[in-house]
Ligand binder design. Structure first.
Ligand SMILES: O=P(O)(O)OC[C@H]1O[C@H](OP(=O)(O)OP(=O)(O)O)[C@H](O)[C@@H]1O
Ligand SMILES: O=C(O)c1cc(=O)[nH]c(=O)[nH]1
Length: 170
């Protein structure tokens, strides 16, 4: 079975779903179904590694689903990680991004599923304000609903391991 077929079989749900962007959809990819399986997650990390652009210094996973993916990818890419919160922790270190310092570094954003690209755009803006250099993002699944185009307008090239088209065909 191909990786696309395995991922589709494991995480594709049908029904009515409200998405992060506020859109509604009749299909949803439950990323936690592939993230909870360490063997499948490792295969995903291995598949993502060739998509890491040359010159990348830090891999930054976005809360919450991007955290497991970034650790799996980092093992294969041999790069340090950061873990990016949706909101800065309001106590302790008050950090938005945990782990490796992103200031002045070339950072690859790592996401599980992309729909509109909105979450990557929000996190990229916040991290750029903090001094990170962000020109690329990777995701496991691109639903092909405008994310690539929206992110290109923000100066971010999206690289997907699997597209909706590949999952549909698997
Ligand atoms: O491209 P977008 O339109 O922004 O949609 C995709 C985002 O939505 C999901 O986040 P959610 O908040 O559901 O995720 P979590 O469970 O990973 O926190 C997904 O993990 C992406 O972050
Ligand atoms: O757009 C989203 O919120 C979304 C879509 C999807 O298929 N899976 C997911 O975890 N989030």
């Amino acid at each position: 079975m191909t990786l696309a077929a395995t991922v589709a079989a494991r995480c594709r749900l049908t029904g009515t779903f409200v998405l992060r962007s506020g859109r509604t959809a009749t299909e949803y990819f439950d990323k936690y179904q592939f993230e909870a399986d360490p063997v499948l997650l490792d295969a995903i990390g291995a598949g993502l590694a060739p998509l890491v652009p040359p010159g990348t210094e830090v891999l930054a996973g976005l809360e919450m689903g991007g955290i497991a993916v970034v650790v799996a990818l980092a093992r294969h890419a041999g790069l340090p990680c950061a873990f990016v919160r949706k909101a800065a922790k309001p106590y302790g270190t008050n950090r938005l991004a945990e782990g490796t310092d992103l200031t002045g570094r070339r950072v690859l954003l790592v996401e599980d599923v992309v729909t509109s690209g909105g979450q990557i755009a929000i996190s990229a803006a916040e991290l750029r304000n903090a001094g990170a250099v962000i020109e690329h993002a990777v995701c496991v699944i691109d639903r092909q609903e405008g994310g690539t185009e929206a992110l290109a307008a923000e100066g971010i090239t999206l690289h997907a391991l699997l597209t909706r088209q590949q999952l549909d065909a698997a």
